[in-house]
Ligand binder design. Sequence first.
Ligand SMILES: CC(C)(COP(=O)(O)OP(=O)(O)OC[C@H]1O[C@@H](n2cnc3c(N)ncnc32)[C@H](O)[C@@H]1OP(=O)(O)O)[C@@H](O)C(=O)NCCC(=O)NCCS
Length: 180
Amino acid sequence: MSYSNLIIETERLLIRPFSMDDIKPAYVMNLDAEVSKYTGDGGIVSKKEIERRIQEDVIGDYKKYGFGRLAVELKGRNKFIGFTGLKYLEYMDEVDLGYRFMKEYWGKGIATESARACVNLGFETLGLSKMIAMVLPENRGSIRVLEKLNFEYEKDIIENNQLAKVYSLIKEIASTAKGL
Ligand SMILES: CC(C)(COP(=O)(O)OP(=O)(O)OC[C@H]1O[C@@H](n2cnc3c(N)ncnc32)[C@H](O)[C@@H]1OP(=O)(O)O)[C@@H](O)C(=O)NCCC(=O)NCCS
């Protein structure tokens, strides 16, 4: 599989690699203070910084590790609505699941649908045996997404100067999750 040609289709979503065309909508998404509230990665940042993140942190990861975060569109709409996906964290030697969506798409099961596809990608295609997710304790929605995918609380850590909860999922447990 060439990661830069990857397309995952779920019931409602098309999940694909980021391109530089995603800079503008990703920037607009991040401008929403509610979206950036619990992300712990600097909150609202400049368009230049979003461009750097997509180029270096996301597309850079595809080249360096063979996988990285993915952009999400509603099927048939050809419009960026957020991101999902796996990121290798060198400093922890763990693979992290993350997701973020424009507010108008919250509450429809989209984060869960996209994250479930990424859990499958990680365990079935990329050959991972474990993944983690980091979440701020107040982020009830994100914790609920993780619980629905059978992630379990592992430990507390300090991340970006904030207390964060680390959840984890191992392959054997994932395969018992509903719908996987
Ligand atoms: C967190 C986020 C990704 C959830 O996305 P979503 O598409 O609304 O999530 P889903 O619709 O798949 O919801 C999954 C579950 O969480 C629950 N949920 C969602 N938001 C919630 C909230 N704010 N409080 C409590 N429960 C919530 C849903 O009810 C659902 O549970 P249920 O099926 O038992 O009813 C979305 O709010 C978001 O993009 N937030 C900003 C970025 C962010 O915080 N990312 C995560 C960083 S760790």
